[in-house]
Design a protein around this ligand. Structure first.
Ligand SMILES: Cc1ncc(COP(=O)(O)O)c(C=O)c1O
Length: 386
């Protein structure tokens, strides 16, 4: 199986403390033997949720609406030409559009089928049994599975009392880590870590380590594009910015994501060649990126629905973690665990997030859906709390 790994990557893995056996496991991880690891956590939960049809689905941080109209039209047209491997250079066009919008050179961008798998690849590229991974707690737990798979130590550092990544404590937790993972806005809290603190981490991390800044939810924020970390890529820093079309663009099931980083970092993370988004999804993503009015309208709708939900929960005397800038909020149920509350909501036809954050056992995550979905959620909450 290790013949599937490029020779230069093999040397790199061995020089970073991988044994031949671990290299074999790593090859398996991307060659299908453990393909589930490159799937994201929300998706893994969705796979268990076939019975969710007909219920109010506010558990997986999905968008309440599908792809935007220009994206659907472009995707459908591309599908009609899908007898060709690349009828009109769809992936290249997507890369070019990202480059123009983000002001990042084309060779600093790599597109993938979703961003979940990219996180696992970065772990393999930068971590090893002697090079750990550092992340916040609670945060997006997906990369921990890849880290455990390759026996890379994981340090989980509590968020600050106002729910920022505690960057100084993250560095102190492992000053010699291979990767520092920052999710901004964070999942599950939706809270932001100020850019100056992320810059501090980038400037103080050990040489050779990477800071992965996961901006899956950044398009939902009103400050976008003034709050992204793309300037760090332009400045030549050893950072990776991960983005996805699964959130505001409503394409979670279509699978498109991308990375922005230095070309040599992208090469290192690629590990294996040939993993690109499909032609229709690339075309759909490309046309959606420039649908500015539709993006703004979706963001406005989110903000209204989120405010209504937070207001309702607060008036019911519940503690809402925040402020959330993403399409989710966390609520401290206090008297019951998140697991118990998940089951209670399910019995009322509402799917909230499965409990995945053991350090906050009584806190649950609710994704923000359409107005009708949030009204249904609030109505169920009213019945549950009486
Ligand atoms: C913070 C974060 N990063 C990455 C992902 C992965 O998204 P996808 O694999 O759908 O692109 C998710 C999914 O929910 C997420 O919450």
């Amino acid at each position: 199986m290790t013949h599937l790994i490029r020779e230069d990557i093999k040397d790199d893995l061995l020089s970073r403390g991988y044994s031949r056996r671990q290299m074999f496991r790593t090859a398996m991880m991307f060659a299908g033997g453990a393909a589930a690891l490159s799937v994201n956590t929300e998706m893994a939960f969705a796979a268990d949720d076939d019975a969710a049809t007909g219920i109010v689905r506010v558990g997986l941080n999905e968008c309440w609406a599908g792809p935007m109209a220009p994206g659907l039209a472009a995707g459908t047209a591309a599908l009609a030409n899908a007898n060709r491997y690349s009828p009109n250079g769809e992936v290249e066009k997507l890369t070019k559009t990202i480059s123009t919008l983000e002001n990042v050179p084309v060779d600093h961008i790599a597109t993938y089928p979703g961003s979940g798998g990219i996180l696992s690849r970065t772990i393999v590229a930068y971590c090893s049994p002697t090079k750990g991974m550092v992340m916040a707690d609670p945060s997006y737990d997906n990369p921990t599975r890849a880290a455990k798979f390759i026996n890379a130590p994981v340090a989980m550092v509590p968020l600050t009392s106002d729910y920022r990544h505690d960057v100084k404590a993250m560095l102190a937790a492992n000053p010699n880590a291979g990767m520092y993972y920052v999710v901004n806005p964070n999942n599950p809290t939706g809270t932001m870590t100020p850019m100056a603190e992320i810059e501090w981490l980038v400037d103080n991390k050990p040489a050779g380590a990477v800071v992965l800044i996961d901006e899956a939810y950044i398009h939902w924020t009103t400050e976008f594009p003034n709050n992204t970390a793309t300037h760090l890529v332009r400045a030549g820093k050893e950072v990776i910015i991960a983005r996805t079309f699964s959130k505001i663009f409503g394409m979670a099931g279509a699978r498109v994501g991308y990375l922005m980083a230095q070309p040599d970092v992208l090469k290192r993370v690629a590990l294996f060649e040939g993993d690109r988004p499909t032609i229709p999804t690339a075309a759909c993503a490309n046309a959606s990126l420039t649908a500015t009015a539709l993006i703004d309208a979706r963001r406005k709708e989110l903000i209204e629905n989120r405010a209504m939900t937070v207001d309702y929960l607060t008036k019911r005397g519940l503690k809402v973690i925040g402020p959330s800038h993403g399409n989710m909020v966390m609520v401290d149920w206090k008297i019951k665990t998140a697991k118990e509350m998940g089951e209670i909501y399910k019995a009322r036809g509402v799917q909230i997030a499965s409990p995945r954050w053991p350090s906050w056992p009584t806190v649950g995550r609710i994704s923000i859906g359409s107005k009708a979905e949030m009204e249904a959620f609030c109505s169920a909450t009213g019945k549950i709390l009486t």
